[in-house]
Design a protein around this ligand. Sequence first.
Ligand SMILES: *Cc1c(COP(=O)(O)O)cnc(C)c1O
Length: 340
Amino acid sequence: MIIDFRSDTFTRPTPAMLDAMYTATTGDDVYGEDPSVNKLEAMMAAYFGKEAALFCPTGTMSNQIAIKVHTQPGDEVIHSNLAHIYIYEGGGIAATSGAQSRPLEGDRGMIAASDVLAAINPDDVHKAATSLVCLENTMNRGGGCCYDMEEIVRIKEVCLQNNLKLHLDGARLFNALVATGENPATYGEIFDSLSVCLNKGMGCPIGSVLIGSTDFIRKARRVRKRIGGGMRQAGFMAATGIYAMEHHIERLAQDHLHAKDIAGELLKKSFVGHMLPVETNIISFDLVGHDWTPRLFCDYLKKEEILLNPVSDTAVRMVTHLDISPVMVAKTCAVIAEME
Ligand SMILES: *Cc1c(COP(=O)(O)O)cnc(C)c1O
């Protein structure tokens, strides 16, 4: 029994999800003729109370398309120094949009409205034009923490007053929605664009959806085609997204409970140092003392068929998901309990 905590991207489609793929009605989506893709896009737009949506192969593509549509070459984008768009997307802000980054220090990657305001460049020919702010929720490198909605509202006010667009990297937004009980329409109202991942907690093999106004999505569709993201019978994949929207959102609460159980067991251990607060499905903690480096710790657990990843010289990360069962959590807790 392999217990894979490396990422929530490792899930396999369930039999019911495979059945949804098998029975999907499809067509050529570049022609706009794939009913399943059209249905998923309409569903996502409605869920967030926005006009339109675009099915993309990856979250990286959704985010980078959004940045491209919201900016001109030479513009500046404000985001956290831990943002996925900045540290894990291959330099896309510069390469795809020709824009430059203004990374800000935040609390676990959550930047404050006052810092955003202070980072906006004046209207001065020496300066890059600030045009976009990007937030991430939940924050991956922040240990899956949930952004405070009041702070998001304050950031939105700063954006409105300074004519900036606001994009959300919501790869794990469903985790945040389940953990906080927030209304998805609040996100649709605040953000000019949102990207959500289907390939993470939602348990789909592939996919992300970019959501925004009709005009924004029309432009995004052209960028998607240009960079090679126009897929043909993508409905086989969209069908998994429709299935996940109907069956895999509320169950994320189970992943969050599993993460808390494992975190509780870890915190009893003297070799576990600082742990980021476990708010959703990510457990990120430092190893202290002389016995365990992240590498040794991961190798030891691997012998027990428990997989996880080091994230730095001192820290490791575990992620719970659809394919982590209560039995697996119990075994993991038992193995940790035996460690010294
Ligand atoms: C996983 C992830 C993405 C997108 O990843 P893809 O593998 O390109 O789908 C974007 N943002 C965050 C925060 C993520 O965790």
